[in-house]
Design a binder for this molecule. Structure first.
Ligand code: AMP
Length: 402
């Protein structure tokens, strides 16, 4: 069974073709700068094998449809031998950012489902429209092939009302659906399942804190295998300090900026999403650059690291209180997998809570799942590489098999 996974963004499409027998990646690619003067498509065929081959081309890519067509041409090129025909694909899985309150699980796409994703556009105006573009194009290019939507928000639909309600006038929830939804659900779900497998226990018996630290950052409290709280909220802006997003701030800062700094709502929104977080604090949003600058004595870079890791630690404490008993903490995504300093500063001083890293193991980058905690640590600490594409492909396989 071969499954195509599509993550369609505003000007890019990421795709992976996965052979579910052995879960091997047959092709992984990226179409970038769609609609811009010079587009770019890159695809690695059979990555990680001796037959690995890279295909690249730089040309104008008018829209998502042309981009997707180019990707399919690469996959069906007789010279590459990846697939002989589009009909070789059993299902297409789409990452969809916001399922609102409509979707609790991966869903077979019908016209009604498309309409529901469209209804949720106001909740994710930047993400749901390009996700829909990807679905429409794939439906055209693969007629008769099942299309499945996997929602970033679905895993968090188990969060109870006391954790998802904001203390705002209730009509805002009833009329506008303003509540906490949570994101990165596919990643949290995937690493939680991996952690359970590695610990040799059923996920339903485990309490976990999963920490996704990449350009976007979020932490989830998982009780008996289900999400009970998470740091991202109504939009992917709340909670932890991210690459360019602020995370938690006092909501009164909005009105202060409007009254005293003449900023309108668009400018404030852009500032909080694009010019805040690590970038706002020190001008850099890549943790590798921040470490480099710290080594040169850059104090703002040090401050950015301190602010991010302090916020992480504060939420670890909060989620320990939410869960009562924690069996394991899992780090994942670009920073979580690669940055021993962020991991150790995040868990610094938590020995009394039964959390102890093994400094030698923690000093490594996580390429394969790695137990980072000291054997004496009551709470296990794991580094587990996330793999959202594989997680989506597994969901598609399981839905098609039902
Ligand atoms: P992601 O969104 O998961 O792709 O993560 C991207 C982020 O991971 C980058 O912006 C970097 O801040 C961080 N990152 C990637 N590689 C490293 C590394 N070797 N050390 C520290 N941070 C890294």
């Amino acid at each position: 069974m071969k499954i195509l996974v599509i993550n369609s963004g505003s000007s890019s499409i990421k795709f992976q073709l996965i052979d579910m027998a052995g879960e091997s990646v047959l092709a992984a690619g990226l179409v970038e700068r769609i609609g811009e003067k010079e587009g770019f498509i890159q695809c690695t065929l059979k990555p990680g094998t001796d037959e690995k081959q890279m295909v690249m081309s730089q040309e104008f890519i008018a829209d998502h449809q042309s981009g997707m067509r180019m990707a399919v041409d690469i996959l069906t090129d007789p010279d590459t031998g990846i697939i002989s025909d589009r009909a070789d694909i059993s299902g297409v899985g789409h990452r969809v950012v916001h399922g609102g309150e409509d979707f609790y699980q991966p869903t077979l796409i019908t016209d009604d489902v498309l309409a529901a994703i469209e209804r949720n556009i106001p909740l994710a105006p930047l993400h749901n429209p390009p996700n829909l573009d990807g679905i429409r194009v794939a439906r055209e290019l693969f007629p008769g092939v099942e299309q499945i939507a996997v929602f970033d928000t679905a895993f968090h639909q188990s969060i109870p009302p006391h954790a998802y309600h904001y203390a705002l006038p209730h009509e805002l929830y009833e009329e506008q659906r303003i509540r906490r939804y949570g994101f990165h659900g596919t990643s949290h779900n995937y690493v939680a399942a991996e952690c359970a497998r590695l610990m040799g226990k059923p996920l339903e018996e485990l309490n976990l804190i999963t920490i996704h630290l990449g350009n976007g950052c979020s932490m989830t409290a998982i009780k008996n295998g289900r999400s009970v709280d998470t740091t991202l909220g109504f939009t992917p802006l709340e909670g932890l300090v991210m690459g360019t997003r602020s995370g938690d701030i006092d909501p009164a800062i909005h009105s202060f900026l409007a009254r005293n700094c003449g900023m309108d709502i668009e400018a404030i929104d852009t500032m909080l999403n694009k010019d805040s977080g690590l970038k706002g604090l020190c001008g850099m949003n890549d943790m590798r650059d921040i470490h480099e600058q710290i080594s040169h004595g850059n104090e703002r870079a040090r401050l950015a690291l301190e602010v991010q890791t302090y916020r992480n630690r504060k939420y670890v404490g909060a989620f320990m209180a939410v869960l009562g008993r924690v069996d394991a903490i899992v780090f994942t995504a670009g920073i979580g997998e690669n940055d021993p300093v962020v991991r150790s500063k995040t868990l610094e001083g938590l020995e009394l809570f039964g959390i102890m890293l093994d400094p030698d193991v923690n000093n490594q980058r996580v390429k394969e799942p790695l137990l980072l905690s000291d054997p004496a640590s009551r709470v296990q600490v794991w580094g587990i590489p996330t793999n959202e594409e594989l997680a989506i492909a597994r969901e598609v396989k399981s839905l098609l098999g039902r």
